[in-house]
Design a binder for this molecule. Structure first.
Ligand SMILES: [Ca+2]
Ligand SMILES: [Ca+2]
Ligand SMILES: [Ca+2]
Length: 233
């Protein structure tokens, strides 16, 4: 899949491509109704589908030894300067060395308008049960204003876009992987937010199958400081 294609997908909040596919289906149906023979085309798409199935990586099944990733806790050392408490939530991307990936939102109702300086929370939220060494975890801290901007449709399209991007870059150099995926999270989330604030993004590598990863740190010109901790369990 081309890089330009997946970057384009990143910025498409609701996914234009399923609509294009539907349009093609409609066109095919209307062509069938018009009596135009389509056998050649249908055979071709079945063949392409079979090739795609045959090309699925065999390494996708989890290795028994690999641990899962749990979002243990976060602390707001300094909340943002907005009036009242912050309403933080986290978008987490996990890219594995085999090219598979996940995107999850971590958001608790009791954080809403309730996070001030020195607030600490221990949600112990299991993100995924498969995080082998060499996986990259990227976390973006977002602050809600008015109402939540990322519903399930936005998360689904973000997950798909990030997945395509990771497929393209999961074998690039480690430095490039970090910078590309941080950039992709910022661009992909930014394109899907209304009035919520994207505060900061940080990344860490998984290099243990049991224990804490280094803290994820979120700050921007000292306007706020949050840290979050993920543990491999
Ligand atoms: Ca807010
Ligand atoms: Ca805000
Ligand atoms: Ca909002």
């Amino acid at each position: 899949m081309g890089t330009a294609y997946s970057f384009f997908r990143l910025l498409l909040p609701l996914g234009l491509f399923p609509q294009l596919q539907r349009l093609q289906t409609r066109r095919r149906v209307s062509l069938m109704n018009s009596g135009v023979p389509l056998r050649g085309k249908i055979t071709t798409s079945i063949t392409v589908g079979l090739i795609a199935i045959a090309a699925l990586p065999l390494s996708a099944s989890p290795a028994a030894a690999a641990g899962g990733a749990r979002f243990e806790e976060f602390k707001a050392y300094a909340a943002t300067s907005e009036e009242g408490g912050d309403s933080p939530y986290f978008a987490v991307f996990i890219g594995r060395p085999n090219g598979t990936s996940e995107v999850t939102l971590i958001r608790k109702s009791w954080w809403d308008n309730n996070v001030d300086d020195d607030y600490r929370s221990v949600p112990q939220h299991l993100i995924t049960s498969y995080t082998p060494n060499g996986s990259l975890i990227v976390v973006t801290l977002i602050e809600e204003d008015v109402d939540p901007d990322l519903g399930s449709a936005q998360v689904t399209s973000l997950r798909e876009a990030m997945g395509n991007y990771w497929e393209d870059f999961h074998q690039s150099s480690p430095q490039e992987r970090v910078s590309k995926m941080k950039y992709a999270m910022n661009a992909g989330i930014g394109a899907r937010l209304g009035n919520d604030d994207l505060l900061a993004t940080d990344a860490e590598w998984v290099n243990t199958q049991s224990g804490w990863l280094p803290a994820f740190e979120f700050n921007n010109n000292n306007a706020f400081l949050y840290k979050a901790w993920i543990r491999i369990v």
